[in-house]
Every structure is written in structure tokens, then in C-alpha cells.
Ligand binder design. Sequence first.
Ligand SMILES: Nc1ncnc2c1ncn2[C@@H]1O[C@H](COP(=O)(O)OP(=O)(O)O)[C@@H](O)[C@H]1O
Ligand SMILES: [Mg+2]
Length: 501
Amino acid sequence: MSTSVSDGVALLEMRDIGKSFPGVRALEGVHLSVRAGQVHALLGENGAGKSTLIKILSGAYAKDQGQIFFEGRPVEIHSPHDAQMLGISTIYQEFNLANNLTVAENIFLGHLPRRGGIVDWKTARARSQAILDTLGATFSVDAPVSSLSIAGQQLVEIAKSLNRKTRVLIMDEPSALLGDKDLEHLFKVVHSLQAQGIGLIYISHRLKEIFEVADEVTVLKDGRYVATRNVSDVSMDELVKLMIGRDLKDVYPERRVDPGEVLLDVKGLSQPRLVRDVSFQLRAGEIVGFAGIVGSGRTELARAIFGADRHSGTMEISGKPFNPKSPIDAINRGMAFVTEDRKSQGLFLQLSVKINTTISSLKRLCRFGIIQAAKERALVLNLIRNLAIKTPSPEFQVVNMSGGNQQKVVLARWLSLGTRIFILDEPTRGVDVGSKSEIYQIMDRLTHEGAGIIMISSELPEILGMSDRIMVMRQGKLVKELSNSEASEEVIMSFCSYVSA
Ligand SMILES: Nc1ncnc2c1ncn2[C@@H]1O[C@H](COP(=O)(O)OP(=O)(O)O)[C@@H](O)[C@H]1O
Ligand SMILES: [Mg+2]
């Protein structure tokens, strides 16, 4: 059975691949094929089995089942060396570079050209330069790799594989760490490799990219093969459905809101740099979405409310004056601020889920200075269950978790503090669709339990899908309040960008 939807012998084909780890069936019945000059995307949520599949291809893992064909011939890949001999190169999520060596040294690592027994640096540097030129890299071949940006290091990885014979290039989530501009450059590089006849396997859990970069896409879910489609024949909605097993509209919970008492009352709030005279109320049970373009002052407003920046104006929490001098004041009054940058907001990546979720409530768990281990464990297990945090155990290191699950750990920590006012700044950025949906469920549940949520988001579908009321900000001012029923993407956009006379 051929799994390619197009004609022509596949450069590489994997058939009916299976792989188990102790206690986990990571792959079962998976097919994947790529032709020369094609970009084949491998799409699936975290844990779908994408990395395991390509580690089999690159000789890092042994398959338990299935066959691999190279140009129609059956092949066995028992080691990274076998893969290399076939011209299969892989760029992993964690780069494999010697940071203290130069760019050229890395590109030629292990096989420097020699002349009469002496390393021929002139040739090595010139060849490195030539390859980097084709990739549009602007850094020097003599620069130490440690001095390069992530995007730069990625180009060195690509150059390294081009310097060997590469027929198939596999990239595991190459976009995960890149900003928009670097991503655009990466797409250009991908297209130029494609033009050289290299077959590319491009792994991602982001749908938008698939449409920008790939010809064909194979979807995995829970270790199983779901489907292969031509990108030109498939819609975004259809891919979401294949990937998460349900419709995009079902990603958002159906909101039934009965707003309670006023939790937060903001009157005439200004912040010296950007925010001008903002007034609004947040009630128990509500999600208020803040829409606006970058630089409209939403994050600055949130920081001022949270006591992170100086402000003028007045605020009340549950009817009592609230004048935070620092975030500590806000936290003590039951307020949380969750930013999109999970690393900088105090997740201890090397530490366990347990420590990360309870660190803020350790005081309450201590009696006579001793942590009550049983109480702590009960609290953590409860949070893990309530928030559907996917972790093998409370002792699991946070660094090994997906973005969505890290975000849940952040929320769990605030919940363990009894927070009632949540400010969520881009709560699902960098999170895959399935985890997004789970975070939305958590937000919905929080409001049913009496919390109020201020959600800043640049994704209009998210604003529309989650907000009971929508505040549009422009140039530091609140320019429009819309109820969910009167809002649409067009209406919101018109207020975001309207320039007043
Ligand atoms: N070395 C390993 N040992 C045990 N389980 C693993 C190992 N590598 C991956 N898994 C498990 O296999 C499944 C697929 O993981 P992975 O291939 O990393 O998914 P993806 O790359 O799509 O996020 C997950 O359940 C994961 O926990
Ligand atoms: Mg992976």
C-alpha cells in the first residue's frame, strides 16, 4: 500500500511503524513518505509520536515493527551512522553543536579536509562560507557558535548537514524557538533546499506554518497514523479535526455566565508611559477580554493594575481601596498575573511539578517549620487532577513538559494561593490546540468557582471564543466596550485601528 497521495517513487517511505517504551505504546501502524524536492509536514499534538518516529529514521531508536524503504529498496537503519550513509540528516530540537568552536569548525566537525596530513583550514573556511551564503547567513565562519542567536545556530546545523551528502533533511519543531522574522528566513531556506531536490520532513504542531511551508502533511494522534493530505486540498479546520479529533468550534467552552459582585473596580487609571484614564469593572464569574494591536497599552495597563508599574487613579478590590505599591500587594489581595513568558515568571524549569505548584503556598503547608509532606502531596495531586496536567508523577521536571502543561503548572500555583482575580496575558501563546482547549476549560471552571479573569489576547478567535465582554484599547485608551454578541473580528478590528481626528 502506498501512503503517498502523489505519484512517483518515494525517496523515503516508512510503513506500518510501531514502537513501544516501557508502559507506553509510542507508535502504532504509522506511515510516512517523502519525495525528492517535497516538504512533508508531520503534524500532531505534543506526545503524538512525531519525535519518536523521526528518531527511528535517524537511527537513534530501533523500531519494533514496520519497514523503511529508500528509493523503493528496503533498508535497515540500526545507527545514526546507517542513517548518515543513506543521506538522512536530522536537526533535533536540542542542537548538537560544540558551542566553544567556530562556525566553520562545527560545520566540518569530525571530517576536516586535510592536505598532506595537515588540516586544510583554507578549504574548510571557504566551503563553509559558500554553504552559509546559500543559506543567507550573515555571520562570520570564524565566529564562535556560542555568540550566535538561536536562528544562527539553526543555520549552522543546516549547513553542517548540507556539507555531508544529504538527501532527506528532517527538522524537529524548527520553529519552536524562532521569532517571526527568523521564521520567514527559515521558510526561504526550506524552499531553497527543496529546489535542490532534498526531501524535507518538517515537524510542527502549529497549523499556520503547515500552509506556508509544506506540500503534504501527515497527521499523527496518540501514536497512531491519522491521515496524509495534500496541503492544497485541506482546510485549517479539517487539519485541526484530524489532529485533535474534534471541531475547532468545540475548542471553546460554551460560556454560561451569571456575573456576581464586583471584584475589581478600576477608575481613571493612568500609567505615565502609555495608559490614559482607563475605567472598567471586573465581576465574579466574568472573563473580560482586552483586544488591541501591539503597543495599544494592554500589558502596561495590566502591569499597573498588578502594582508592577507606577500608576495614578483609583482601584478597589471587593469594595475596599486597593493601591498596590508592588506585585506583592496585589498577590496578597488575591490577584495573579500570568504572562506569556513562562520562563521569566518564575517557573523553576529544573524542579518538579510538585515544587513548582506549591512553592507559593509552602508557608501554609508548614507547621512548626516542617513541610507536611502528606498535605503537600494531596494538594499537588488534587491540582494535577483538576487541571488535567499531563505528568507521569508530581516529581517530574517541568522542563520536560509541553508549553501547555507548563502553563497549567503556572495556573496551579496561583490556584494553590486562593487567587480570585486573574490577569492572563496571551494565555495560550506557543501552546498546541489540544492544550489550548484545556486551558480554556480551566478558565471557564475558574469563573464558575467565582474568579474573574482579565484576558489579554492578540488572537481574535480567542477573544471572541472566551470573552463575555470585550474591551478594545488603542493608544493607551479604552476606546470601546462590546458585548460578546455584538462583537465580530471585523468590528473589533475597526476599533483597534481607527485613527481619531
Ligand atoms: N525515551 C522515552 N521513554 C519513554 N517514553 C517516551 C520516550 N520518548 C517518548 N516517549 C513517549 O512516547 C510518546 C510520544 O512522544 P514523542 O515522540 O516525543 O511525541 P511528540 O514529538 O509528537 O511530542 C509520549 O507518550 C512520550 O511520553
Ligand atoms: Mg517532539
